[in-house]
Ligand binder design. Sequence first.
Ligand code: ATP
Length: 202
Amino acid sequence: MRLTRLYLAGFKSFAAPTEILLPAERVAIVGPNGCGKSNLIDAIRWVLGESSAKQLRGQSLDDVIFAGSGQRPAASQAVVELSFDNSARRLSGPFGAYDQIVICRSLGRDGQSRYSINQTRVRRRDVVDLFLGTGVGARSYSVIEQGQINRVVDAKPEDLRAYLEETAGISLYRERRRETESRIQQTQDNLSRLSDIADELG
Ligand code: ATP
């Protein structure tokens, strides 16, 4: 599975619709300071569901929308699309049968994020689930930013374990287990409430 295309419009410094094709195994993006290289990485993490403004180097979430410049008015929304080559069927689930998977996220000034996978409207969670266990994700090891190597070297054992679990593809099952445990707990709480009510009535 490879990222083959990045499309941005109204995202940070990318005011105009911009398509970046990534046609090879290795692609380098170079440019002067401040030209927007890191904004491309922010865009990738944003589409994959990043929901912390700080992680995207902003103060608030709508800081990702182009703020306007001397020549251009501010954008009304930010849109980013990622296209993945899935011909090797690394992604599974409802979209796993497609050769190409296109993930889109948009955010308007109303503060509402909208996600789609292959033009089908989905929840953020569906995007996160699609990539769980693949190493691709807003905070997973496929995006290595400046300073991250130091953070890995200094990481606490539990954080290192999380990296290893994602690499081994078992974080997906850990997440499922966490959800199931929470549902079991809710059901137990409901049963105990029912039993209290039954006692009172009886
Ligand atoms: P360096 O090589 O110094 O790390 P870079 O190429 O990675 O730089 P970025 O950090 O990606 O550069 O881009 C910074 C630029 O993006 C700044 O000029 C900043 O003003 C601009 N920028 C960030 N957010 C917005 C926004 N919402 N609207 C307009 N411009 C923005």
